[in-house]
Write a protein that binds this ligand. Structure first.
Ligand SMILES: [Zn+2]
Length: 63
């Protein structure tokens, strides 16, 4: 699952145990070993990029 942390940045969490510690090399949960589907990883990367873009926009708007 993907959720937003308190600073509104997206974070990837395990569907099985809900923990946020992922082994990015193996794309699996550290806690329970559940694999992260590639689609989920792709969705997370997209969310991260969108978040960065939003931050840049906010920064530009202030400048
Ligand atoms: Zn897990």
């Amino acid at each position: 699952m993907i959720f937003a942390n308190p600073s509104a940045a997206p974070e990837l969490a395990c569907d099985e145990c809900g923990c946020r510690w992922f082994d990015r090399r193996n794309n699996a949960c550290y806690e329970c070993g559940a694999p992260v589907p590639p689609a989920q990883v792709a969705a997370f990367e997209r969310a991260l990029q969108e978040h960065r873009r939003a931050l840049e926009q906010a920064h530009l708007a202030r400048a």
